[in-house]
Write a protein that binds this ligand. Structure first.
Ligand code: PLP
Length: 393
């Protein structure tokens, strides 16, 4: 673990060991190179045999990528991190590192849309069975675990309904049944939630979102024990989803302000959620930061903040949701989240359009649901834009 690991989160985000700066550069340089030369034939042979540490080829390892991975692992509270070219590549590698044909995955039923397709469709073609359940209910986990269950996969807070699963309880149940626990904590970030400290085996993030935070990179990361991370890294080398050095550099730039950004995202999100909750045209707000939300108590037990992406429903249904989005002026009509600015979108026709309707309903998704990622603007300005857009709904 990094030498600064005793320090607080925001300090480590700036000073963790991965920030070591070669040749006195104040910022980690971008090692924009595909390959690395050997000093001699022996040196090359030693690197390949693992007798010496060093770099061979960027798909296998790159100094900028490794610097970034080291900072992520520090902020996740330990273990080793492996970075990927996308969040989905990280999820795929994490699952494939633990599963073989004939194994069973017990999965949360409220997930990022493409994760549902990956587990329910792609992996099934290769003989991995799966069942989808509500992981926020420990009884459902108990009932769902089978003798051949190797992985419990869950997302918390889950997209887009902010359903919260208590990781400690879920991990205990899964481990008793001999299954490993993989958590997609993209919505929370390590600033608010550290799954490994709560008993999860792998913590996953789409770093496209809050970790990079600037909306200019698609990336992912998986953090696990050094031993398990080694298996995941080998899978990345064998299948190729390595991040570009430039993207690792940008994400390393982004992570330095993660704590600061999350504090403000969180504060703004609460103000926006409270505003929406009292609005006559809004029938329901799904945000675990609100005291009366079903996930609030569970979230408070394991998270130090709530995040900034949530959904709400309009009394006027699908047509009203469409009219409202048409009326947006300042906010950006776009999918994704974790950017500096506020993004707003319509899951039923956008992010979750690929999810079969039956699964969508199971996830609690409705046609009148709108998802918002609350950005870093002045909260009053976000609310003013919502106010004028809702007036047109
Ligand atoms: C965006 C997202 C992903 C997928 O990440 P990509 O970087 O787009 O591949 C996975 N899980 C969650 C919760 C996400 O929000």
């Amino acid at each position: 673990m990094a030498k600064h690991s005793a320090a607080g989160f925001m300090t480590r985000a700036l000073h963790a060991e991965g920030h070591a700066k070669p040749m006195n550069a104040h910022t980690q340089p971008i090692f924009q190179t595909s390959t690395f030369y050997f000093d001699s034939a022996e040196h090359g042979a030693d690197l390949f045999a693992g007798r010496q540490a060093g770099h061979i080829y960027t798909r296998i390892g790159n100094p900028t990528v490794e610097a970034y991975e080291s900072v992520v692992a520090d902020l996740e509270g330990g273990g080793a991190a492996v970075a990927f070219s996308s969040g989905l590549a990280a999820i795929y590698a994490a699952l494939m590192s633990l599963l073989s044909s004939g194994d069973h995955v017990l999965s949360g039923d409220t997930l990022y849309g493409p994760s549902v397709n990956l587990i329910g469709q792609v992996m099934r073609r290769f003989g991995v069975e799966s069942t989808f359940i509500d992981t926020s209910d420990p009884e459902a986990i108990k009932r769902g675990l089978r003798a051949d269950t190797r992985v419990l996969f869950l997302e918390t807070p889950a997209n887009p309904t902010c359903r919260v699963t208590e990781i400690r309880k879920a991990a205990q149940l899964a481990h008793e049944a001999g299954a490993r626990v993989v958590v997609d904590a993209t919505f929370a970030t390590p600033y608010f939630l550290r799954p490994l400290e709560l008993g999860a085996d792998i913590s996953l993030h789409s770093t496209t979102k809050f970790i990079n935070g600037h909306g200019d990179v698609v990336g992912g990361v998986a953090t696990a024990s050094p031993e398990l991370a080694k298996t995941i890294r080998k899978f990345r080398t064998d299948t190729g989803a390595c991040p570009a050095p430039m993207d690792a550099f940008l994400s390393l730039r982004g992570i330095r302000t993660l704590g600061l950004r999350m504090e403000r995202h969180n504060r703004n999100a609460l103000a926006v959620a409270q505003y929406l909750q009292q609005h006559e045209k809004v029938s329901r707000v799904y945000y675990h930061g609100l005291p009366d939300d079903p996930g609030h108590t569970a979230a408070k037990r394991e998270m130090s903040g709530f995040g900034a992406t949530f959904s709400f429903e309009l009394t006027g249904g699908y047509a009203a949701a469409k009219r409202m989005l048409k009326g947006i002026e300042m906010m950006t009509l776009a999918v994704s989240l974790g950017t500096l600015d506020t993004l707003i979108q319509h899951p039923a026709s956008m992010t979750h359009a690929s999810v079969p309707e039956e699964i969508m309903r199971q996830q609690g998704l409705t046609p009148e649901m709108v998802r918002i990622h609350v950005g870093l603007e002045e909260a009053d300005d976000i609310i003013a834009d919502l106010e004028q857009a809702l007036a047109k709904a």
